[in-house]
Design a protein around this ligand. Structure first.
Ligand SMILES: [Fe+2]
Length: 267
C-alpha cells in the first residue's frame, strides 16, 4: 500500500522555529504528537531549536553538543543496533526502545539529502491503535499484554507494543529488527500490526534544513534505503513542557478528521 505523504507545509508545519514558535510546536505535540519544521540549515540552528523544546539526553552515538550525526559510517553499521548509521532500510520503530524510559521527544533534521532514497516514513501510533481496534481487536488486546515483547540484547527491556496508562491513555513502543523478540501470544498477530502500520504510514522527503519533531511514545519512524552522503542531525530529549503520558486513543467509530481542533500550530 503506498504511504500517504506528509506535507512539509500543512497543518503539522511550524514556520517559526524561533522562540516565538515554541508555543505552536508544543500545541502540535499535545494534539498530534508531531511538528514539521524547516529553515534549520546549520547545526547551530538545530541545536538552538532543540534546546527550546527539549532537555537533550545524550546518546551512545551523540557528539559533545548532544546531537547525533546520522550518516552512513560503513561496515561498522552492520553491527547489531547500529543499523541507523548505515544506508539500509529501517522498519518502523521507537527510538531507544530497549531502555526502560525511551526519550519522549525526537527531532530529526536533514542537512544533506541522499542522492536516491532516504525518505522518512512516519506512523502515528494512535492511528495504528485505532486501525487495530476496528479491524483486529484481538490483536490489539494481545499487543497490549504486559511483558510480551523484549527489545535489545541481554541488557534490554521487557515491554509490550502498546502500554496502557491510567485514564485510558496508551503509548506505543516497537522495534522490528534482530533485537526484537515477541512472545508466541503476540507473534501470530504481528501481520495485523504490520498491516495497520502500512495503512497509517506517511512518507516525507526532507530537503536541506527540513525535519520533524515527534512524540517518540506515539509516533514510529522509519527510513528507506539510500545512496549518497545523506547527513541528518538527531536530538533526543525530555519535553520542556509537561506532556501527559502517551496519547488518548481514538474512540471506536470516530474518524480522525472528526477530532476537535485544539490549537493547531500555524505557519
Ligand atoms: Fe531511529
Amino acid at each position: 500500500m503506498p504511504a500517504l505523504s506528509l506535507p512539509l507545509s500543512g497543518a503539522h508545519h511550524v514556520g517559526d522555529t524561533g522562540p516565538g514558535g515554541t508555543r505552536a510546536v508544543v500545541d502540535l505535540l499535545r494534539t498530534d504528537g508531531i511538528a514539521t519544521v524547516g529553515g534549520l540549515d546549520s547545526r547551530t540552528e538545530v541545536l538552538a531549536f532543540a534546546g527550546r523544546v527539549m532537555t537533550l539526553v545524550p546518546h551512545r552515538d551523540s557528539d559533545a553538543d548532544g546531537l547525533t550525526t546520522i550518516q552512513d559510517i560503513g561496515r561498522r553499521s552492520l553491527r547489531l543496533g547500529l543499523s541507523g548509521l548505515g544506508a539500509g532500510e529501517l522498519l518502523a520503530h521507537t527510538e531507544r526502545s530497549s531502555v526502560p524510559w525511551p526519550p519522549r521527544l525526537m527531532l530529526l533534521v536533514c542537512l544533506r539529502p541522499a542522492d536516491r532514497g532516504g525518505e522518512v516514513l512516519l506512523t502515528d501510533g494512535r492511528a495504528v491503535h485505532a486501525h487495530l481496534a476496528v479491524h483486529a481487536p484481538q490483536a490489539l488486546e494481545a499487543l497490549a499484554q504486559p511483558g510480551t515483547a523484549f527489545y535489545g540484547d541481554g541488557g534490554g527491556h521487557t515491554a509490550q507494543v502498546f502500554t496502557r496508562h491510567p485514564g485510558g491513555r496508551a503509548s506505543v513502543r516497537l522495534r522490528q529488527d534482530a533485537l526484537a523478540q515477541f512472545s508466541p501470544l503476540v507473534r501470530r498477530y504481528l501481520p495485523d500490526l504490520t498491516h495497520a502500520i502500512g495503512a497509517a504510514q506517511r512518507r516525507a522527503f526532507l530537503g536541506p534544513g527540513q525535519g520533524y519533531l515527534i512524540d517518540n511514545h506515539r509516533w514510529l519512524h522509519a527510513r528507506t534505503a539510500f545512496t549518497g552522503r545523506r547527513v541528518c542531525l538527531r536530538a533526543l530529549g525530555t519535553s520542556r513542557t509537561l506532556l501527559p503520558d502517551g496519547f488518548a486513543p481514538q474512540p471506536v467509530g470516530q474518524k480522525d478528521g472528526d477530532r476537535p481542533n485544539h490549537g493547531r500550530g500555524t505557519g
